[in-house]
Design a protein around this ligand. Structure first.
Ligand SMILES: [Zn+2]
Length: 295
């Protein structure tokens, strides 16, 4: 009986020991589950926080690209105005030069005309003298003089004809240049007022976008933001964050290896293109930003 009691005790002891073990095991499993849950939570947390960063980076890129576009448009208009101003100045100089050339031509025509009247009066004088010559030699010499003056007159008339043609052509040039000059002046007026309007309009838009950009930057840690800005400066199109398109980097169009592509889709790390260094995002990030951010 006593033995049985002992046995009982031992068995009850054993069972209590077993129970203890069982409890410990359950606890362990629970603990394990908990730690596994913690791991999952931790993983999920990383994913969420990286996703948030990617959303912020992608939307920051969209905003900054809009600012870039505005600056390019506004940057081109002053250049167009400058081109017009240069053209107008060039046309002005051309017209001035034509006018000077015309003055010279008119002066030359006047000179030739006075040469002609000079020759004519000489001819008259020689003809008078020829009436009273004393010998043949004198007569011949005067006849030669008259012939010479006659040739002189013909030459002058020929020159006057040439100068007149040239003068007429120059006048046509002056007229067409003047017409172009007036047209360009009008264009310039239009462009200038356009520039004024666009500058006022875009400056307002740019300011709004800049505020948006700054607000967005607050969601991105300093180190990442610095990297973003650095990539943007170095990239010719100002793109630091690009979409993966057809398995390639949307910035440099180099192919992305499948493993890297998978990492990009997991949103657990910020992945950059191994060729151009741009931050890569997948369509999931784009769609989320498109739906939830007002850009
Ligand atoms: Zn790239």
């Amino acid at each position: 009986m006593a033995k049985a009691k002992v046995k009982d005790i031992t068995s009850s002891k054993a069972s209590s020991k077993n129970k203890k073990n069982e409890k410990a095991e359950v606890d362990n499993i629970k603990k394990g589950l908990k730690s596994k849950k913690k791991e999952v939570d931790f993983d999920e947390n990383i994913k969420v926080s990286i996703e948030k960063k990617l959303h912020a980076l992608y939307s920051l890129q969209l905003i900054d690209s809009q600012i870039d576009k505005i600056r390019i448009i506004r940057g081109e208009l002053p250049l167009e105005v400058q081109d017009l101003e240069d053209e107008i100045a060039g046309l002005g100089t051309r017209i001035e030069n034509f006018k000077k050339e015309n003055e010279t031509l008119e002066k030359s025509i006047q000179e030739k005309n006075s040469s002609i009247s000079n020759s004519k009066s000489l001819m008259e004088k020689y003809e008078d003298q020829r009436m009273n010559v004393r010998n043949n030699r004198e007569y011949d010499s005067l006849t030669k003089e008259i012939e010479f003056q006659n040739l002189e007159i013909q030459l002058c008339e020929k020159r006057i004809k040439e100068y007149t043609i040239s003068l007429d052509n120059k006048k046509i040039d002056v007229d067409s240049s003047q017409q172009l000059f007036d047209e360009r002046k009008k264009d310039l007026e239009v462009k200038n007022s356009e520039l004024k309007d666009i500058t006022a309009e875009t400056e307002k838009e740019e300011k709004t976008l800049e505020i948006k950009s700054e607000k967005n930057q607050k969601f991105i840690e300093e180190r990442l933001l610095a990297a973003y800005k650095r990539i943007r400066i170095n990239a010719r199109n100002g793109l630091a964050v690009v979409l993966v398109e057809r398995d390639a980097c949307g910035g440099c169009f180099n192919k992305i290896p499948p493993q890297r592509h998978l990492d990009i889709r997991m949103h657990k790390k910020i992945i950059v293109c191994e060729y151009c260094g741009r931050i890569l995002v997948d369509n999931g990030i784009k769609e989320y930003v498109d739906e939830n951010f007002n850009i």
